[in-house]
Ligand binder design. Sequence first.
Ligand code: DGJ
Length: 294
Amino acid sequence: MVESWEPAAVNDEKVHAHGGQILHENGFWYFIGEDRRGRSRVSIYRSRDFISWERRYTFTLDAAVDNSFPGRDTTLEGGACGRCNLERPKIIRSRRSGRYVMWMHFEYENDYREARLASAWADSIEGPYFYTGSFRPLGNMSRDLNVFTDDDGQAYIISTTDDNRTLNIYALDDDAMSVREKTASLFPSRYREAPVLFKKDGLYHLITSGCTGWKPNQGMYSWSHTLSEGWNELVPFGDSTTFDSQPASVFEKDGKLMYLGDRWGGDRESYFRSTYVILPLRLEDGVIEIGDEK
Ligand code: DGJ
């Protein structure tokens, strides 16, 4: 059994950074993710030693709004089913402005019909973030998402579309605040979610989960020489439950690739008991495996 990673928080009883991302920035590790307590939505934790984590900022329903993006809905509350949930937050840095842009999946509570992207920006990774609203990228439904920056600084978003049937990759503009164009539609009718896109030694890699709500399932990966086409057939990795986890992000630590996954509580009610899994990610000729050497 793969053990849960339960990071120790300085200020909180438990770290809430679900569906998250781990980044190294300005000499610190940052762990960013969903925090659904009260009016909180996204928390940003910081650590020097990867052991003790301090919550530095929380994006809440009371965030300041930047209304300068026409066609976006800047309402954080309301809607048919009440308050919004902001899932799978990921931060990317704009190559033009240097601003930190947080991209999220917007829904009203447990109703997943909104299927929108949402974003916020800040001058510092630790906020404060200004909410720039929610929208459907190029009119498409958009649920589970991730961000990716290529070697040339071009930023992308990958998100599930068409009721989770397909994964779309979108190129962002240089501010990383707007979607410019669609780069690819991947794996139509394969119902892959929880996408994580990364590049290593010139090859693009994509890891995904199946689509079974909060229950874990078989992770699958693919690789390609270009983002827009040439993706290999999906291949399983891990075991049939991806070691009881769902992909959240991949990061590099001490020169090694690491897999971060969510070990969800199992359903909506036990969401707050969710923990995390961190495993070394082994990569050879496009083949991915997670966990220690066999
Ligand atoms: C699977 C997604 O990956 C999660 O982020 C969350 O949206 C659940 N589905 C909800 O059922």
